[in-house]
Each structure stands twice: as C-alpha cells, then as structure tokens.
Design a protein around this ligand. Structure first.
Ligand code: ZN
Ligand code: ZN
Ligand code: FE
Length: 764
C-alpha cells in the first residue's frame, strides 16, 4: 500500500548539502523517487510506505543539515508510478528564482582535519571545502546555485573530485565549489610592482609567512576581498601599514590561529568563544588581555583602545597562513583610507602596490565584495557593529508582511541596502560610505545583483529624507516606483522594532551622529513616540549650532566652541585649556557659531564631541565616532557621580550638563571621572525623559537605536535605569544600531505603510 507525494522545501536549502541529506534519509527509509533544486528551493518526489514518507517529512522539518534553514514545507499527493530507487536530478532552471542564497561559511572541522592531514590529497590545499562549508555568496553569479552559476565555472573537476561530487555517500556530494590541487584554484606569491624584488618560488604560504615575520606588509586575497596583513607583534610593521594605508588611529583587526591563540591577546568567555568559532566568523570586539601569559600586541594595532577586534580563520588559506606566521597577524581591509575594499585582482594590484610588499593571490574570482563582519557582545548576546560576510544575504524576518516588493536604500555612511518581499528582508553586505563614485557604483551594482539573485523587482523604494545623500538622489531619479521618504531617526527606531520582531508603539530613543530632521535642523538626540507607520517627536537634546557644518564633525573642538557659547554667551569661563589650544581661531569659530550660517543640531554624537574636546581627550578625529569612543574608553567604571541633564518642556538642557563638566574640568577633576559622570548624566537624563514621555503617552516600552548607542557604557547605564523604572527595553540583536541597520527600518516602515507616503509627523 504505497503512497507518492510531492514535497517542496523553501528557505536556505541550496548549497548546504540538502539534496544529499534527502537522498540519504530517503534511501535509508526505502523510498523511491528523486530530489532536485529549482528556483524556489528543493523539490522531492517520494514514494513508499506512508509511515516512511511521514518519517522523511519529519526529518526535513526537524533534523535538516546544520546550515539549512527550512522556512516553508508543502506537500501534495501524486498518483503512484513504478519508480524504483532514489535519485538526485539536475536543476530545473525554469520559473522565477525564489531560493535563498547561503552566506559564506567558515571551514568545517572535517575540512580542517583534511587540510592538516599529510596523508590527505588536500593536505595544505588552501581551497578545501565541502557541502557544509566554503564560499557561497561571494562566488555566486546567478541562481539556481550550481557550479556554472559560480566563479568556479572555469575550473573543470578532475576525475577524483567528480567521483566525490557524484557520490551520494560523500561529504562533497554536489558541493559546487569542490576542487583539489589537481583541478582547482592555485595560490601564487608575487612581488609588488615597483617594490623590492622577492623570492616568488616555493610554497607561497610559507614564503608569505616568512615575509610577515620579517616585517613586510602582504596583501592577501581572501573570500570577499583583499586584506592587508602584517605581524601584529611587530610595531615597525604595523606602523608602516598604518602610514601607507593613511589610516591614523582606527583600530586594526587581528587574526589568531585558534581559540587558544586568541585567548593570549583578549579575554575569551563562553559567549565570545561561541561567536569567534561559529560558522560566520566575524571580527569580535573583546577586552584586551595584559600582563602575565598574554601575548604583547604592537601599540599601533589599536591605539588607546581597551578592546581588540579578534578573528579566527574562516577560509583554509587563513588557517594555513596564521599557523605559518606563528603569532597573531593584523588582517585589515585592502584599501587606502576610506575607499572600498579591493576585490578584483588588477584593481588590487594597482591600488595596493604602494602599501603591500607582496601579494598572495589566487585565481578564483570574487564576485561580490564582502567585508568582514564586526560583532561585540553585550550582556552575553551578539550586538552587530557591521553585518556583512557570513551573515549577508541571509534573510531577516519582518514584523509585517510587505504587500509589494520594497527596496530600502539605507543612508550614507556604512551603506547597506535591503530588498524585502512578504515577511523577508534581505540586507546587503556592507557597501561602505556612499561618498564617492566608486562606492555609489558598487551600491547600484549590488542592488542589480540582488534583484537578479532574489528575483525581487521593487515597486516601492524607501529612502532617507536627507536631500544630499547619494542614496536619496539615486532613489529620486528612479522611474515607475513609488517613493517613501523615511525620516532618519524614525528609520533607526523602526529598525530596532523590526530587529526584535515588533511593530510598536514604543518610546524610541535615537542617539546618533546626524540625521535630517523634519524641521530643517540636524537631529540626533531624539525621543520619539513611534510605531512602524509614524512618529511624533516628544523630546530632544537642546539645539546648538554646528560651526563649519561638516568641519565640525571632523573637528570636535568646534562643538566645544558651540556648546560653550550656548552655555555662557561670550563670557567664556577662564582657564579652559581647549580655548587656549585654539588661540585666535576660537573667536572666529565662535562668530560663525553665532551667525545664521551654521546648521543647527540636537545630536548627542556632537555633544560627545564637545565634552571630549573640553576634557582634552580629542580635538580632531580621523574616523567617525572617534572622540566618543575615546571618551568611553577613558571612563572610570568605579565612579558613581553624575551631571544634571534636566528636561525642560521638550528640551533636554545640555547647557546645564556642559556647565557641570566645565566646573569639574576647571577644578582639576581627572578626565576618567568627568567621562563617567558625563555618561551617567546622559543616561539619567534620557531615562527621566522616557518616564516623562510615558506619563504623557502611557507607552512603557523603549527602543534604543542610533550610532551613539554602540557605546556600551552608556547602553549599560541607560538600560539599567530604564529596567529599574519598569520599562521593557528593546536593543539591537540582528542588525547594527548604527546606519548599517537603517535599511531594515526603511523597509519595515514602507511595509507597514503599505507603500503610502508617511506624513512628516503623526501623533500616536
Ligand atoms: Zn567542509
Ligand atoms: Zn580535483
Ligand atoms: Fe544614524
């Protein structure tokens, strides 16, 4: 009494060993039929005992392969036929592609064992992979996911690899990037053009490691782009890398061979170990270890930073290189200052020749430039700082379904776009800061690639309200789509809501750098009453001028001028070093601050800048958020004091806080104490303002978002105070609180609006 059944499985079911898994289980259960990939996922026809068919369906639902994500499973009865045996059939290329693309996956334990086994035919082969690991998103050129639709298309499998690929019992059964030393990509070491000649013969990895140990900078082609590597213990090498890359202070990430090696430079607890060694392998920001038993990392790796960005190898090449190097190596993106990371060979050789002494190259093309992801731990949970390699393009669920396909364009800095359909949002890899033609091109090309891969043709395009953002300008030129302008901080709060699977309403605390406000000022210290469809501005930080506009962002001392002028008028307090340091320029900037020329802002990020400059921590920055980061780093965690930040109507009186900072600084109170009192004052003021908004609205949940809330000291203090006061607090877990999470908020807002343009402000 046999039955026959058609089963369709959707989700991340391609490139993750799904068909071999189905084949194995079906064969064990004595079922006849076949399994194949098509554009929507996996289709199965199974015929046999009803209990056996049930058992197969149960296994698909509850015990899929480790990297698979089953999002939908449907069954339909079919008339029985005379089929015998179970087969894997070729891909069906018809129909609209709906299958999900797997992110890149770190080398699995089985492949690592082969890599290190002298008896294995892939011993020390830097491209070993299988159905459970290896490159995916970065090499996929189209769907369905099959070898011809990857950058492995040009490598013909040898007989041995073909046998593994065709053997249902093999771990490499239908593993698309399968290869070996006989048939796959090769590594070469090359001297930089115009640089010192090097010996290019011999084992490229051993030679590259020797060069690293000798103090050289080596460009390494990885999974999603080129890195620049240097011995992390060698101050001269790391300082040279900084100089040549024009990267003055921004911390470098460090690659360690394994968990034990990582534990030599940073404190690794269970949560950190799980994150470091998970399949995504992000850079994890962890507290630096010092003293006995620790490995000394050169000061130039992360100047003045208590944390170190630490990463374990995610590709076989990195395993081999980090082992051969014999110690931690700096592995930073292969670019000059703020340009996008290089990922094409000719471009990398041209752009990085002035930086790298040698190039460790291979001939497997990278299709999508994908930077390393960066994650930190907060209360033992991951909090993304940059969501890219290993995560993109895995979908995030939306709290409301999008009736029509939506594109979210993101903001400007840390650009990430999003495509959404139904309950799924696909956030892109990190595109970079959309401030130049090259990044804009990679933004536009990236959107086109995602549209093809996911077969999502956006009908609604959500964008920031800032008229000068390149992403806004690009969106405004699109034809035949409905545009939805989403206010920047509404998008931040919507992003936090969507991140937590909620729709609001909540009190949204958006503490941020800068975003275009609805009143012509630049916002960034906002308390909103918001849900996905709209918001009302309930309170905000006192508004001050930003003398010099963009220059005030690069030169925090200008914000000190602004805040001091707002606090004291022209009766400057005597004896402030920050004023002395800037001599006659001080009065010029003060005049600009008082003029109508200066944009006005309620940004908390700019308040951090002012306090950092008043304390003498930072007068000018070389990367976004530097002054705030250093103020957080400086804080004395034992200090209990606080500065006043009273709510006066709808305004948080920052001038009172600044006056208290000035009093302490003039009294010679140490910077670490001032820094902590400032953080606590801000947290207490914000929490009290939330309580006042709760009084007016009845809202008892708070969502925290915006780049400033990457500050863990502020987050700890604020969340603690809010929870003590009975609030339910939402923080980010899947996307960053910074502008890298904005596009999720934009598509969530557009989905909730059903595409209708939101009013500038709505009351809840
Ligand atoms: Zn593997
Ligand atoms: Zn081979
Ligand atoms: Fe922002």
């Amino acid at each position: 009494m046999a039955v026959r059944c058609l089963i369709r499985v959707e989700g991340i079911v391609q490139g993750v060993g799904f068909r071999p898994f189905v084949h194995r289980v079906a064969t064990e259960l004595g079922l006849a039929g076949h399994v194949g990939n098509d554009a929507r996922g996996v289709f199965i026809e199974a015929q046999g005992e009803p209990a056996a068919v049930e058992a197969l369906i149960d296994a698909l639902r509850h015990r899929p392969p480790p990297l698979a994500v089953v999002e939908g499973l449907t069954t339909a009865p079919l008339p029985c036929d005379g089929a015998a045996g179970f087969a894997i059939v070729g891909s069906d290329r018809t129909g609209a592609p709906l299958a999900l693309i797997s992110p890149d996956v770190a080398t699995c334990d089985d492949c690592l064992a082969e890599l290190l086994d002298p008896a294995d035919r892939r011993y020390r082969y830097p491209f070993v992979n299988c159905t459970n690991c290896g490159p995916r998103f970065t090499i996929i050129t189209g769907v369905p996911y099959d070898r011809p639709s990857t950058t492995m298309a040009g490598f013909a499998m040898c007989a041995d690899c073909r046998r593994e690929y065709d053997d249902p019992a093999d771990r490499r059964f239908h593993a698309q990037p399968v290869c070996c030393p006989a048939c796959g990509p090769r590594l070469v070491l090359r001297a930089a053009a115009g640089g010192a000649p090097i010996d290019e013969a011999g084992d490229p990895i051993a030679r590259a490691a020797e060069l690293l140990r000798a103090g050289a900078v080596v460009a390494v082609k990885g999974l999603g782009g080129y890195h620049l590597a240097a011995d992390a213990r060698d101050e001269r090498a790391v300082a040279a890398l900084r100089g040549r890359k024009h990267r003055e202070d921004k911390p470098f990430a460090v690659l360690c061979a394994d968990l034990a090696a990582a534990a030599g430079i940073v404190r690794v607890d269970d949560a950190a170990a799980a994150l470091l060694s998970g399949p995504q392998r992000p850079i994890v920001l962890l507290p630096r270890r010092t003293g006995r038993g620790s490995v000394a990392v050169a000061p130039s790796v992360a100047p003045g930073n208590r944390d170190l960005g630490t990463m374990l190898p995610y590709a076989p090449l990195h395993h081999l290189l980090s082992r051969a190097a014999g110690g931690p190596i700096v592995l930073t993106s292969g670019n000059v200052s703020d340009e996008p990371i290089a990922f094409r060979d000719d471009d990398a050789l041209a752009r990085l020749s002035g930086i790298a002494d040698a190039f460790l190259l291979h001939d497997r093309p990278i299709h999508v430039r994908t930077d390393d992801s960066v994650v930190r731990l907060w209360r033992g949970r991951p909090q993304p700082v940059r969501r890219s390699r290993g995560y993109a393009p895995a979908p995030l669920s939306l709290p409301v379904a999008a009736d029509r396909p939506i594109l979210g364009c993101g903001a400007e800095l840390k650009s990430v776009f999003a495509l959404a359909r139904g309950r799924r949002a696909f956030l892109s890899h990190h595109v970079g800061d959309l401030e130049n033609a090259e990044t804009l091109r990679s933004f536009v090309d990236g959107i086109a690639h995602f549209r093809r891969l996911l077969a999502i043709e956006p009908e609604v395009v959500a964008h920031d309200q800032h008229p000068e953002y390149l992403s806004t300008k690009w969106a405004l030129e699109l034809d035949g789509v409905e545009l939805v302008a989403v206010q920047h901080h509404h998008a931040h709060i919507a992003s936090c809501l969507a991140d937590n699977g909620e729709t609001g309403p909540v009190i949204g605390v958006a503490f941020d750098g800068l975003g275009h406000g609805t009143d012509g000022t630049l916002w960034g210290g906002e308390l909103l009453a918001a849900d996905l469809t709209g918001f009302a501005r309930m309170a905000h930080l006192e508004v001050v001028p930003m003398p010099g506009g963009a220059r005030a962002v690069r030169e925090p001392w200008r914000m000190a001028v602004s805040w001091l002028a707002t606090t004291y008028g022209d009766r400057w307090p005597d004896g402030l070093d920050v004023r002395r340091r800037h001599g006659s320029r001080w009065d010029d900037v003060a005049a600009v601050a008082r003029s109508a020329l200066s944009p006005r802002t309620s940004s908390v990020g700019r308040l951090f800048d002012a306090v950092a400059a008043i304390c003498g921590v930072r007068d000018a920055v070389t990367y976004e958020g530097q002054a705030a980061i250093q103020l957080e780093q400086a804080a004395d965690r034992g200090e209990r004091g606080s500065y006043p930040l009273p709510l006066d109507g709808e305004v948080l009186r920052g001038t009172e806080l600044i006056a208290a900072v000035v009093t302490d600084v003039l009294a010679g109170v140490p910077v670490p104490v001032v820094a902590t009192r400032f953080h606590r004052g801000l947290a207490v003021g914000a929490a009290a303002a939330c309580a006042a908004v709760r009084e007016r609205t009845g809202l008892a949940a708070v969502a925290l978002s915006g780049g400033v809330l990457q500050n863990q000291l502020l987050l700890d203090l604020l969340v603690g105070l809010l929870e003590r006061d009975g609030f339910r607090v939402l923080t980010h877990v899947r996307v960053p609180p910074n502008d890298g999470g904005i596009s999720l908020g934009q598509v969530a807002v557009a989905a909730a609006m059903g595409g209708a343009p939101p009013p500038a402000a709505t009351s809840i």
